[in-house]
Design a protein around this ligand. Sequence first.
Ligand SMILES: CC[C@@H](C(=O)O)C(=O)SCCNC(=O)CCNC(=O)[C@H](O)C(C)(C)COP(=O)(O)OP(=O)(O)OC[C@H]1O[C@@H](n2cnc3c(N)ncnc32)[C@H](O)[C@@H]1OP(=O)(O)O
Ligand SMILES: [Co+2]
Length: 140
Amino acid sequence: MTLGRLNHVGIATPSIDRSMETYRQLLGADAIGQPFDLPTQGVRVCFIDAPNTQIELIEPYDDASPIAGFLRKNPAGGQHHLCFEVADIHAAIADLAAKGATLLGEPRIGAHGTPIVFMHPRDMGGVLVELMETPRDEHR
Ligand SMILES: CC[C@@H](C(=O)O)C(=O)SCCNC(=O)CCNC(=O)[C@H](O)C(C)(C)COP(=O)(O)OP(=O)(O)OC[C@H]1O[C@@H](n2cnc3c(N)ncnc32)[C@H](O)[C@@H]1OP(=O)(O)O
Ligand SMILES: [Co+2]
């Protein structure tokens, strides 16, 4: 596999509404999307566009959400994951498995409508990494 673009930085928050306001007021963010639910991933999501990447605000959708677990340990929220693009998610998974990395489950459709998969943080120096297949019309 080849490392692709940094697609987004995932930020866990107990309140998307409050976080949107913080990014708007303190950082001058002016391209803030509408929040939407993604029950299959257990999250409510809102994207903020920065010039070179996106911030993904994520709030738990329910108590079973991975973000609910994260917030129990970090009640104020915080940096949760980095998401890098890959050209072919199945090729990336095969390559990583051959290198002994642990993938967290099967690929699922993520917030950008393409398959995503997560790597265990212990393989990446304590950083939770999401791999996302680049949308077809954005291959470069
Ligand atoms: C919006 C949709 C989608 C997109 O399209 O972009 C998303 O981004 S969805 C985002 C939410 N989904 C996920 O996070 C799915 C993958 N995550 C998981 O499977 C789990 O959260 C986990 C990473 C396996 C951890 O879950 P769990 O084992 O239940 O929690 P523990 O608290 O026991 O943690 C075990 C171990 O991992 C460390 N950890 C947990 N979360 C993180 C994190 N975000 N970053 C870095 N490290 C993390 C935790 O500290 C434990 O470490 P040790 O104590 O050293 O064992
Ligand atoms: Co993400």
